[in-house]
Design a protein around this ligand. Structure first.
Ligand code: GTP
Ligand code: MG
Length: 427
């Protein structure tokens, strides 16, 4: 049974129902109220008793509440419900999705840590749903409860360091890093598949990241993706690694979002971020979801952000223009280095060439011209250039002139190699 209350509007239960479904609940009904928050039950007292009745009538096992219940509200509401009913608020629901679905060590540890943080009173100012207040106020019990918390944090630190090392290695190899970010169900995984080069399957690496894995599954389900996935893409000769991240959702406490640090780390480390938006949502939802995304990007993204207005196959020209205008409007107010929005359909491929060139333009670039003696070594140098960037060669009588564009670090390395070639030939 879904329950929702909003002070200003009749609550819209679409999202909480979909979240409940993603957590494995079968939603049998809902009860909503437009009213200011009640101190005792969050819902008004009369509505809370109605809730108990509908739960009993429907023989529901659980109540999913769309919002945050204080420890007191949680306890009081639970007392009112039929014995044995499970009470889950919005935050607990999201945690359940992650705990149940996390496959890798990294994702599991993050979900575990988020749960521990959430349940531990006094930690990051969080509260304790389901905790026994008397026990937890006591110091020894608290210390005991902090132990797994510390262990999970230490484990996660190790995983995070490994991920950072991996990114550094990739950068040194000449890859640009691109992160796909956005609200859950926006189409990030579908877009990743479109951008990625076909490649061999690699098993998830030891640190638990689905590293260069074959597929990021795309489903019409909230939180289909529960951990980051990286695939290779080649754009204009630039070698890029695209990382699909965990979707964002509104109204989660900041430290809960922060617990899913792999996503935020990928966003922070990216040379450019694709902020994917579901343009087929009504304008209110589109704006709210983009605002949630912008909040995260403003805090974490360091590279330029390209808004990707996705699912335009569902819109006519007017709808598409309206979505682009709404996106530009939300971003104008945000504190993020954004580029021109690009309209695409990850489903049918429309707009993807424009997206690719917008992405190449946004990546840090450098150019250089070389003239190297025409020799076997020059051929090896040229094939290295073709592998690491965009090279254009003109053959003269005994020299090759090359125009090269690529990542700044790669262009630097190319200069070193060109110099060495020149020196070897006594230039
Ligand atoms: N019509 C249409 N549907 C799309 C498009 N892109 C994605 N979808 C659908 O939208 C749903 C969600 O797509 P995903 O790629 O799983 O979205 P996501 O952003 O990865 O979602 P999470 O992993 O849950 O955060 C799927 O049913 C996709 O088939 C598009 O361009 N047009
Ligand atoms: Mg996904």
């Amino acid at each position: 049974m879904v329950a929702a209350r909003d002070a200003d509007d009749t609550p819209d239960t679409t999202e909480i129902r979909r979240l409940a479904a993603a957590a494995g609940y079968d939603v049998v009904g809902e009860l909503t109220q437009r009213r200011a928050e009640d101190r005792r039950y969050n819902l008004g007292a009369g509505k809370a008793r109605d809730l108990a009745d509908v739960v009993a009538d429907a023989d529901a096992d659980a109540v999913v509440f769309d919002g945050e219940l204080s420890p007191g509200q949680y306890a009081d509401l639970l007392t009112l419900l039929p014995a044995g009913t499970t009470l889950v608020d919005r935050y607990r629901l999201v945690l359940e999705i992650f705990v149940a679905g996390a496959g890798s060590t990294a994702a599991r540890t993050q979900a575990e840590l988020a749960t521990l943080r959430y349940e531990l009173p006094g930690s990051n100012g969080r509260r304790g749903v389901g905790a026994e207040p008397g026990v937890l106020r006591e110091g020894v019990a608290r210390a005991r409860r902090r132990a797994p918390h510390r262990r999970a944090e230490a484990k996660l630190d190790g995983i995070t360091d490994a991920a950072a090392d991996r990114r550094e290695r990739r950068r040194a190899e000449g890859f640009d890093l691109v992160a796909l970010a956005g609200y859950t169900n926006a189409g990030k995984s579908t877009l990743l598949r479109r951008l990625a080069d076909d490649m061999a399957v690699a098993p998830p690496s030891a640190e638990g990241h689905a590293d260069l894995a074959e597929a990021a599954t795309a489903e019409d389900r909230l939180f289909e993706t529960l951990e980051t996935t990286t695939r290779r893409a080649t754009l204009d000769g630039r070698r890029v690694l695209c990382t699909d991240t965990v979707g964002l959702v509104a109204d989660l406490p900041h430290d809960l979002v922060r617990s899913f640090s792999a996503t935020l780390d990928e966003i922070a480390a990216a040379d450019a971020v694709l902020a994917v938006v579901d343009a087929s949502a009504d304008e209110d939802r589109l704006r709210r979801r983009l605002e949630t995304t912008v909040e995260v990007l403003a805090a974490d993204a360091t590279g330029p952000v390209i808004p990707v207005v996705n699912k335009v196959d569902r819109l006519d020209d007017d709808g598409r223009a309206a979505a682009l205008a709404a996106v530009a409007d939300v971003l104008a107010g945000g504190d993020v280095d954004t580029r021109e929005p690009v309209a695409v359909s990850a489903l049918d491929g429309a707009g993807l060439d424009r997206l690719r060139s917008a992405l190449v333009d946004a990546l840090p670039g450098a150019t250089a011209s070389f003239a190297v003696p025409n020799s076997g070594a020059a051929q090896a140098f040229l094939s290295w250039l073709h592998e690491h960037g965009d090279a254009d060669a003109t053959y003269g009588a005994d020299a090759v002139a090359v125009e090269f564009a690529g990542k700044p670090s790669v262009v630097e390395e190319a200069r070193r190699r060109a110099d060495a070639l020149g020196d070897a030939c006594g230039e």
